[in-house]
Each structure stands twice: as C-alpha cells, then as structure tokens.
Design a protein around this ligand. Structure first.
Ligand code: AQP
Length: 339
C-alpha cells in the first residue's frame, strides 16, 4: 500500500540550501511513491520572536518555494498548518499526555532558549515538539522526511504516540523519520561547526534559495575552511569547512564521494573547490528562482492551492482529532437538534 508521508518547514526566515537538501529535495525525489502532505508550519514560527507584519507573506513564500522546487500540488496535499485548527487542538490533548521531562531534554529547546533572556523564553518553545507530534500524528503519517536536526523530535513523536496509544487505545500510527543519505546536516559557511539555519542573521552564514545569484557565489567563496590545502571528505573537526563544501557539492550533484573526488581532481586549492561548489549551487538555484518568479506573478494561484490543500488536509485531520477526543472520553459535540 502507498505510504503516507508528512513534513513541513517553518516560515521563520529565508529558506536555505540546508532546508532544500535536508527536506524539500527528499520530498520531491520521492513524490510519486507516497501519499504525501506537506505543510508550512506557521504555528511553529511564533515560538521565538516573529514579525506579525511579515508572517503571512513569509508563509506564502515558503509554499511557493515548495512548488518552485518541483513539488506537484496535484499529487501532494500542500497546506498551511494554522488553516487546520485540529493541529492546535490535538496538541493540547498530547501535551497533557507528555511528561515535562521529555521536553526539557530536547536539544533544540536548550539551544534556542540559551540564546534568549531566560525570563522571555516562551512556553511554546518548550512545547514545540508536541505540536510537531500533533502535525504528524493527525495524518497517520508513516514516514517523515526531514534533516538530521529533527531526529530527536521524531523520536519524541514516536514516544508520545506510543504513550497515548498505551493510555487510551490504538489511535495513532507510530511514524519513522527518513533522512537524506547526503546533506542531512549542512553546516554554516561562516562557522562549519554550527548547522546552517534560516533564522540566523550572521553574515555569510547561509545561502538562501532566493538570494541574488552573485551573492550566492560570494557567500560560498567566503566559506571558512582551514589553514591547510587538502581537499578530502573528513570527520576531523579541523577539516569541517572543507568537508561541508564537499558535502554541498555531493548533495547538489548526486555523485558518490569517489566521483566527487574525481571531478575535483584538478582543483588546486580551496579557492578552486569553492568556485566549483558555487557554480553547482548557482546553476541549481537558477531554475528554482525562475519558477518562483513565475509562480508568484499571481499570488492568488498560490492561495488557491493552499485553500484546496486545507480542504483535503482537514478531512483527514478532523477525523483523527475526533478519534483521539473519543478515546480520551470527551463528551462529543453532536449536530444541533432542537430539544
Ligand atoms: N542545515 C540543514 N541541513 C539539512 N537539513 C536541514 N534542515 C534545516 N536545516 C538544515 C531541515 O529543514 C527542515 C526545516 O525545518 P524547520 O523549519 O521546522 O526548522 P529547523 O529544523 O529548525 O530549520 P532551520 O532552518 O534551522 O530553521 P530555524 O532557524 O527557524 O530553526 C527540517 O526538515 C530540517 O531538518
């Protein structure tokens, strides 16, 4: 039987090549194999400070980028998380079945909360993984294609599903994460020891899908490497910058490590390596940017895709929510009948 898939990205910044390689490209490569739901997870984007004036446009931009990268809206359900109230409703039910200790252990919570004044860290940042569990469990997703950084959240989703099923009956499908074989964690070009993130405002940290192509070239040419000159795939922290550049090259060409090394055999130093990586990335982004410009020429087209997607998604989500509410023993609202 065709497997059900769900994934999403927060509209919390400009999408990076990390988001593309870690998530979107996996979705597209396998889009004919799955019964797939892809959402823009806007409710997640408010867990840290956000700009209310920018949120709606960013949400539309992310959806348009899914399509510009090649996601087919006729065969995949593409929607906005907040358009389906069942996500927030199920989150509450799951929150009450999730021990607090599980959430305090989440690395992303620790990292993101450490960057803020402790007093102003929102409760939403802590409960974010429960909302993510609700996103996945509402659709009975069997597979969740994401980058490496989401592994812990997928594990938590599995734990929450199993706990709920144990407490209240077998309602949820226990999902599995799927991760790309190459590029599951693209690192920052400014600091190859930290993950490339769309919300980072550090200079020359990331290449964004909609960056000016000259800027893309510049950012990659400025990538931090090391004081040596050896071009090798390596787990040595000293070589993290070179390893990251080779990983980006590999992810964008789809070649094996030995093919990458053969392709780059003539590179005479890190400058040549960066140039080769920049050319590959620029040529990959060019058609995406052209598609994006065409798609957003008429925003009503994107909005109509999202409206249709919300209708399809809500059919599945509402049914699962009701099953979970019934299992927990709620008095279910019935159709109004005059007493
Ligand atoms: N650097 C990365 N390499 C590979 N995959 C990545 N992803 C994110 N960064 C990389 C994958 O992209 C999807 C984005 O998920 P998200 O928007 O829910 O948040 P995130 O994982 O926290 O991604 P960012 O870009 O770091 O966003 P911010 O800065 O807002 O937190 C996921 O599948 C993720 O694994």
């Amino acid at each position: 039987m065709t497997k059900r898939v769900l994934s999403g990205i927060q509209p919390s910044g400009n999408l990076t090549i990390g988001n593309y390689v870690g998530a979107i490209r996996q979705w597209i490569e396998n889009q004919d194999q799955y019964d797939a739901y892809y959402c823009v997870v806007d409710l997640h984007a408010i867990t840290v400070g956000h700009d209310p004036a920018a949120l709606a446009n960013k949400t539309r931009e992310v959806a348009a980028l899914y399509l510009a990268c090649g996601l087919n809206p006729d065969t995949n359900v593409v929607f906005v998380q907040s358009h389906i109230p069942a996500h927030s409703q199920l989150e509450w039910l799951l929150t009450c079945a999730t021990p607090l200790g599980w959430l305090y252990r989440m690395t992303q919570f620790k990292d993101k909360s450490a960057k803020q004044e402790q007093e102003s860290v929102s409760t939403g940042l802590l409960s974010y993984p429960v909302l993510m569990a609700a996103d996945i469990l509402l659709y009975h997703a069997e597979l969740v294609p994401v980058g490496d950084d989401q592994k812990q959240h997928i594990e938590l989703t599995r734990d929450v599903a199993q706990r709920f099923n144990h407490l209240y009956g077998e309602i949820f499908t226990v999902p599995e994460g799927i991760y790309p074989t190459t590029g599951a964690r693209i690192m920052g070009f400014d600091d190859p020891t930290t993950k490339m993130s769309k919300s980072s405002d550090a200079q020359k940290h990331a290449v964004h899908l909609l960056d000016d192509l000259k800027q893309v070239h510049k950012t990659i040419m400025s990538a931090v490497t090391d004081s040596g000159n050896e071009i090798v795939f390596s787990k040595d922290p000293e070589k993290a910058g070179v390893n990251n550049l080779l990983t980006v090259y590999q992810a964008f060409t789809g070649k094996s490590e030995s093919e990458v090394m053969a392709n780059l055999a003539d590179a005479r130093g890190y400058g040549d390596l960066k140039k080769a990586v920049a050319e590959i990335v620029v040529e990959a982004l060019r058609p995406i940017q052209e598609n994006y410009a065409e798609l957003t020429d008429d925003v009503s087209y994107i909005d109509s895709i999202l409206a249709y997607g919300a209708e399809k998604a809500s059919e599945v989500a509402e049914k699962t929510l009701k099953e979970a509410q019934e299992a927990m023993g709620f008095l279910m609202a019935r159709q109004t009948v005059k007493p």
